[in-house]
Design a protein around this ligand. Sequence first.
Ligand SMILES: O=C(O)C(=O)C[C@H](O)[C@H](O)COP(=O)(O)O
Length: 213
Amino acid sequence: MITPKEASDFTRSLCLRAPVVPVLVVHDIATARPLATALIAGGLPVLEVTLRTPAALSVIREMADIPGGIVGAGTVLSAEDAKQARAAGAQFAVSPGATDRLLEACEAADLPLMPGAATASEAMALLERGYTVQKFFPAEASGGAAALKAIGAPLPQILFNPTGGIGPNNALDYLRLSNVRSVGGSWVAPADLIEKGDWDGIRALAAEAAVLH
Ligand SMILES: O=C(O)C(=O)C[C@H](O)[C@H](O)COP(=O)(O)O
């Protein structure tokens, strides 16, 4: 059992570790270790493996014991997802939105969740429950940094990790906001580089992202 406050304390610490959380879509278990190693070596230790591929839970299992990394599950949608992610060794979970059942399941599974919100009402509902660290999703489609700045004015106690449509060209627009310390994004681990096994290329993308601030 973990309380929303304890979960938020943990996810806040993740947001302070690095300016970018790679959002990973991994199809081939064989790529899990070299991919995580390259991202960590580049300076991005917090990794979000989305549960969008059949391999995702095995990928989390593979990555979980790599020194220096903190591996969590993304696209956690259901109580079953939460339980399976925890069992695979995920240290945290991220969801695109939030439901009462999902929040209860992650709390019961002792899995710190960073739940998603896109509006002031969604953010307020999560805050009421105790979640002071939230994912702002889908960031660009929801109005981008300007929208998040506006939401943050009456709700300064919430720290957001914006994700969705963020890349090297707009990450700084978010990272300069007072309610943001890190952003999420898939751009540091593009599908074509993973497929080619271009770990040096991914390490270089991570190194560029790690110094954004
Ligand atoms: O899978 C989840 O839990 C999500 O909520 C969505 C992802 O975070 C975004 O799809 C990543 O966005 P891009 O960086 O634009 O590719």
